[in-house]
Each structure stands twice: as structure tokens, then as C-alpha cells.
Design a protein around this ligand. Structure first.
Ligand code: GLY
Length: 448
């Protein structure tokens, strides 16, 4: 089959890379894609208008190119209704419609959903006026976990330990529009102590397949300090000590299965990826947030750990046949999805200044093939045998005058798969140290 992926980040590059490796796939198109996609053998970037005005053109493109499956990458494409439109046009889509997207597009909706369906979550309260939110801070003890209700590129969360900082945050979000419309309402969540884990599953709205657990590093600085970012690195598997496999079962049954059943009970036809951002507390996992798309950068370290025909699994979600796929995918297609024993780590290389302002257009050196001193474009798998691989997923890069330059805050997701997490981290950091661009920085404590 041919597949269209929408988006341009390292997550979409990783999706295209994994889909392209599926036995059932001939060609992957990515709109708009990035230079890393352009360097892949059976993938290409396409320029399509991804705004609602362009949906008709996307449907025509799918018919012309024999696209059997569209995988919608970013949440804003889903929130705008791309999946709904294409599904109505008879095209199979992996990604929920607008209704399902509310789980992520409104944090208060997500917490209310968890409450109604008995999914463990922190106590939360939401406010639509700045005065009410300020009163809440004045009257409640800290720390205060303050979230912009809407979509804020993963940056709309502040944990304030000081009351003045909490009051200032509320004013910035609600009165000064720090996150625009996303901050029209704020959600306060009970502060929980524990370790964060990302649990994702593929679902057709009825059945679900859990993906390997991962952990990301959200703050910009080593030791988890400084502002929140979209994510500075991730690794999988995660250490479940002291809970062991009982925790994995609890995540599956109390969170993922209840959420899929809850969506069905609410009449929401949900075909796509369901993401639960969890805090593992002494009393078990609690959902801090739901997302409706693959995590970034978790996807970059989860997909290399999957074996089997990934594209067929996504298509089965889109068609509502995931249970059949799970029980009967033929061995000729790689069989049903399986999780590899190897560990995987991703280190994000970012532009100096991120997550604040940063320069763009800085030449990138050190990717494979830079004879003549010119930066090369390749996302090249490293050698090292079946159980070791290094992959550079592109995010904020572009080609300018034949030269690869930076074009965003998170520039590259340098990923390595190896028999142990320690070795995967070593391989990833070895690769990172061979890539250079002015101002580049990365956290040195990923996976620690
Ligand atoms: N890594 C966090 C997210 O994807 O939302």
C-alpha cells in the first residue's frame, strides 16, 4: 500500500521511517515532511495545503496516488477536522475526529472524562475567569500545577512552588494571553509526587494494542530544571521498580482499556493513537493528561522497538479490524506487532535559546556524507548488526541553497537501539558528539 503521513517533525519522520519498513508498504508520502524524509529510499515529501481549505486537494491526491491509509501526525491537524473530512470522503485514516480530539484540546474535558470513567487521575479544578483562578491560588496551599486548558505545543504547564509565581503565571496565561486562546481557561491539578511514564496504545475504538512504555524529559535543563519544552529526550523501556509487571497490568486495565471503553460508551468513534501521560504514585498510575497523537519524542524511541507490519496495524485501526489483525496477521507480513527486547534512547539536539527565541538558518555539520565540508541531509541508519542501530530523525531542519540548516527549536532527535539502555545511550551520545551547529545544546542526562 501507499501511505500519506501529515506533519514535519521528528515524530513524523520516525512514523514515516517505521511505516516504510513495513512489508505491506510500497511508498510513503509525507506532507510537508522534512529533509530527513527526503533522504529515505521509499519516501518523499509532498506539498499539500493542510488547512481546511486544502482538504479537497488532499483527498484528490490520495485518489491519484492510490493512498490506502492517511496517518495524521500533529494534534492541530486532528483538531481542525482533517481525519473527519478524509473519512467522510471514504479514505482510511489513523487519527481521531474532532470529537475524540477534545481529550487533548481541553485538559478539563480530559480530566472530566477520566473522572466519569473511573480512570485514576489527580484532583483538578478549572476556571474561566482570571479573578476566580487568582482566588484559588490565594486560598489553596501549593505547589500549584497550572495548565492552559487548550493546545499549547506541550509548553502550557507550570509547576509553581511559590504563591507569587503562581499568581503571576495565572495573570500571564489568562490576562496577557501567553498561550493565546489555549489559556482562556486554566486547569489546576493536584501536585503528585512520583515518576512520569508515557503509555500509548493503538486502538480502533473497540480493541487496543499497548505500545512499549517510555519516559521523556520535559524540562530544558539537566536534573529536570528550567522551563518546560516539547521534550528533550526519551527512552524505552522504563524501569518499573519497585512496582514490577503489576504496574504494567494496572496501566493497561485501569487506564488504557478503561479509556477506550469510555470513548466507546460516550459514542466517540476513536481510531488512532491514545496517549496517557501518567504519574506513577505510591497508589498506582494516575493520568495527568491524555493526548490524541503519538508522543514526541517518545515515538522516536518506541517505534524502533516494534517488530511486525506496523502499517497494517495502523490500517486495521482505521478500518475497525484491529482485533482480527492482532489474532491473525500472517507471518508473511511480519506477523502481529511484537516488542523487541532491545532498548532505545533518543537525545534531542536543540537550537541555542530554545524553548525561548533562537536563531534559524545555522548550518548543520556532521551528518553522513559531508565531503567538501557541506552539510549532508541523510538520516542514515548506523551499522552494527540487527540489534544495534543509530538513526537521526529530523525536526527543525531545512535545505537552503543545498545546505542543511536549522529551522526550529528542536532540530534533531538522535536515536539509538541496542541490547541495553546503557549501550543505546552511549551510541546516541556518540552520534550527537559528531553533529555540530552553532549554539547546539542537548541534555547529557537522558535516561539517567
Ligand atoms: N512528550 C510529550 C508529548 O508528546 O506531549
Amino acid at each position: 500500500m501507499n501511505v500519506l503521513v501529515t506533519g514535519s517533525g521528528a515524530r513524523e519522520h520516525a512514523l514515516a521511517w517505521r511505516i516504510a519498513r513495513s512489508p505491506s508498504v510500497q511508498r510513503v508520502f509525507v506532507a510537508p515532511g522534512n529533509p530527513g524524509v527526503a533522504a529515505m529510499a521509499n519516501a518523499e515529501n509532498v506539498s499539500l495545503d493542510l488547512k481546511p481549505e486544502g482538504y479537497g486537494e488532499i483527498a484528490r491526491f490520495c485518489r491519484e496516488k492510490g493512498i490506502e491509509l492517511v496517518v495524521v501526525g500533529p494534534e492541530n491537524h486532528l483538531a481542525d477536522g482533517l481525519a473527519d473530512y478524509l473519512r467522510e470522503a471514504g479514505i482510511s485514516v489513523f487519527g481521531p475526529g474532532k470529537q475524540g480530539t477534545m481529550l487533548e484540546a481541553s485538559k478539563s474535558f480530559g480530566m472530566d472524562f477520566a473522572r466519569r470513567h473511573g480512570i485514576p487521575h489527580p484532583k483538578s479544578e478549572s476556571f474561566e475567569t482570571c479573578d476566580e483562578a487568582l482566588d484559588y491560588v490565594r486560598n489553596m496551599p501549593g505547589p500549584w500545577v497550572i495548565k492552559a486548558d487548550g493546545l499549547a505545543l506541550g509548553k502550557g504547564v507550570t509547576i509553581a512552588t511559590d504563591r507569587d509565581e503562581a499568581l503571576e503565571t495565572v495573570r500571564k496565561v489568562m490576562s496577557e494571553g501567553a498561550y493565546g486562546e489555549a489559556g482562556r481557561r486554566v486547569v489546576f491539578q493536584e501536585f503528585l509526587e512520583g515518576r512520569e511514564v508515557t503509555a500509548m496504545c493503538l486502538t480502533d475504538g473497540d480493541y487496543m494494542i499497548p505500545l512499549p512504555l517510555a519516559r521523556d524529559h520535559k524540562r530544558v535543563g539537566e536534573g529536570d530544571v528550567g522551563p518546560m519544552t516539547g521534550g528533550m529526550g526519551a527512552f524505552s523501556p522504563v524501569d518499573l521498580e519497585p512496582y514490577g509487571s503489576g504496574l504494567e497490568d494496572a496501566i493497561k486495565t485501569e487506564v488504557l482499556e478503561r479509556a477506550v471503553a469510555g470513548l466507546k460508551a460516550d459514542g466517540i468513534d476513536y481510531r488512532g493513537l491514545l496517549y496517557a501521560g501518567l504519574m506513577i504514585t505510591r497508589s498506582g498510575p494516575k493520568v495527568l493528561e491524555f493526548n490524541v497523537r503519538f508522543g514526541d519524542p517518545e515515538t522516536q524511541c518506541v517505534l524502533p522497538r516494534l517488530e511486525g507490519d506496523f502499517a497494517e496495524a495502523l490500517l486495521s485501526c482505521a478500518k475497525g479490524t484491529l482485533r482480527r489483525y492482532a489474532s491473525g496477521a500472517p507471518a508473511s507480513s511480519g506477523g502481529p506487532l511484537r516488542v523487541r527486547e532491545e532498548a532505545c534512547a533518543t537525545v534531542v539536539m536543540a537550537s541555542g535559546g530554545y524553548p525561548g527565541s533562537y536563531p534559524k538558518g545555522i548550518p548543520i555539520y556532521g551528518l553522513t556524507g559531508d565531503e567538501d565540508g557541506r552539510p549532508a541531509l541523510a538520516c542514515k541508519a548506523g551499522s552494527g548488526g540487527r540489534d544495534r542501530e543509530t538513526i537521526v530523525f529530523h525536526a527543525g531542519t531545512k535545505v537552503d541553497g543545498g545546505v542543511l540548516v536549522t529551522s526550529g527549536g528542536r532540530v534533531l532527535s538522535v536515536t539509538a537501539l541496542a541490547p541495553s539502555l546503557e549501550e543505546a545511550l552511549r551510541l546516541a551520545y556518540d552520534k550527537v558528539s559528531s553533529i555540530r551547529f552553532e549554539g547546539a545544546f542537548y541534555r547529557r542526562d537522558i535516561g539517567r
